[in-house]
Design a protein around this ligand. Sequence first.
Ligand code: 13P
Length: 241
Amino acid sequence: MRKIVLAGNWKMYKTQAEALEFLQGFVNHLDETPEEREIILCVPFTTLGNLSKNMHGSRLRLGAQNVHWEDAGAYTGEISGPMLTELGVRYVIVGHSERRQFFGETDETVNRRLKAAQKHGLTPILCVGETKQQRDGWETETHIIGQLEKDLVDVDQNNLIIAYEPIWAIGTGDTCEAKEANRVIGLIRQQLSNADVPIQYGGSVKPDNIDEIMAQPEIDGVLVGGASLEPAGFARIVNYK
Ligand code: 13P
């Protein structure tokens, strides 16, 4: 049985005070959420400690948005696995397209970060996806297969989540059609040695398209940016029908 995983990626949004306000407006909605759904908030590093304390006892799980491959060292601006696990973090996004695009993340560094996350017992959420140019040039499949081949070298597929995030659909309101996302996710699954790896869709997921997305047989969950910032909207997403 593949797990259903619904995650918010807050990106560089929310101070500690704003995060606590979100939590107060959100947790009660989880009473309606079916047991088998895993609900994760991937928040900025500065918010992890405080949220962790305040989430204690709830079914919400905490995720970070990056992790370094070394346990410690002279890597200004980076965060290591032990620093995250100490705070009760269980998940970490690795290889988000914004990291690849703006911060020089490569398939090689993504691979190192994935292995480091697993070494510390974190479950990485690996993001893959094509640009608009690649899609228009019929390169979607080869690009994604290439990313998976490089990113997953020596990565344990028993402790892994993958998010298919077409870059052209991120933050644009231009969602990938549910059927097309389903097709690409099916293709991703064919590349894996473990067919039970949960594979999410991400890119302009909203309360009004979640039901259709989650009705697709290959799609095991979503990674939500903008719509995870507002409690009622994200609650509607995790309580999809
Ligand atoms: P949006 O939901 O804002 O399009 O962002 C998607 C995303 O990048 C999640 O990681």
